[in-house]
Ligand binder design. Structure first.
Ligand code: MD6
Ligand code: FE
Length: 206
């Protein structure tokens, strides 16, 4: 089922069934073995994010006190290339966005019971017309979606395991964030918490 929340925000509740969720989680666990979760820090202040992150793909999103938000082709701790994005993710992108060029980055966010993500725009990509596709695994989360201006009114969507959400023009640059997760609301992850994967095109490409 596809729901248009508002033009530029498409929502596919439980698009992935339990079997697909487990398959994706297996890929994710292998990737995190190669590229462990790290705590990004805020540019300037060095304040530590409550969300832990890693990436799959040719490039990955990182942030630290010294150099700020950016995409780079290596893990900040291991200095190795990011693990490949599984074919399954490329296939989902093709099926749901139909967008060319293909995504180059898949940011992995992990939330424990107290993690949250403040209202933000995804603005570090050079390709700002490409959709961003988000996949949730594990505990439910309160996702806040606003408009193009920080002061615009917001609405709350509860994102559950297997849900897919797409932000694309005219809402590609909408403010959004995670108020909190709902601990214990899913049994997918043994350790509890929530993973969110966001697939992105960074460079304009062919
Ligand atoms: C999350 N999602 O669901 C955070 N960004 O944990 C995002 O920040 C996000 O869901 C861009 C597009 C879709 C998203
Ligand atoms: Fe975002």
């Amino acid at each position: 089922m596809e729901i248009e929340i508002t033009p530029g925000c498409r929502y596919f509740p439980e698009f992935l069934n339990k079997t697909s969720q487990r398959l994706l989680l297996d890929h994710l666990k292998k990737a995190l073995h190669e590229a462990p979760l790290f705590y990004p820090t805020m540019p300037g202040t060095g304040k530590v994010f409550s969300v832990r992150m890693s990436n799959m793909g040719e490039i990955g999103w990182v942030s630290d006190k010294e150099d700020g938000y950016r995409y780079q082709d290596t893990h900040p701790k291991t200095k190795k290339s990011w693990p490949q994005m599984p074919d399954l993710l490329h296939e989902l992108w093709q099926e749901l966005t139909g967008f060319t060029p293909q995504p180059e980055a898949c940011l992995i966010n992990y939330y424990n019971a107290s993690a949250r993500m403040g209202l933000h725009q995804d603005a570090d990509e050079r390709h700002l017309q490409a959709p961003i596709m988000s996949i949730s695994l594990g505990d439910k989360a309160r996702f806040r979606l606003g408009g193009l201006k920080r002061q615009d009114p917001t609405r709350t969507l509860i994102l559950s395991s297997g849900d897919i959400l797409i932000l694309e023009p005219p809402l590609r640059m909408a403010y959004h964030g995670i108020d909190r997760i709902v601990p214990g609301s899913s049994r997918l992850l043994n350790e509890g918490g929530r993973f969110n994967l966001t697939m992105r095109r960074i460079t304009p490409g062919p």
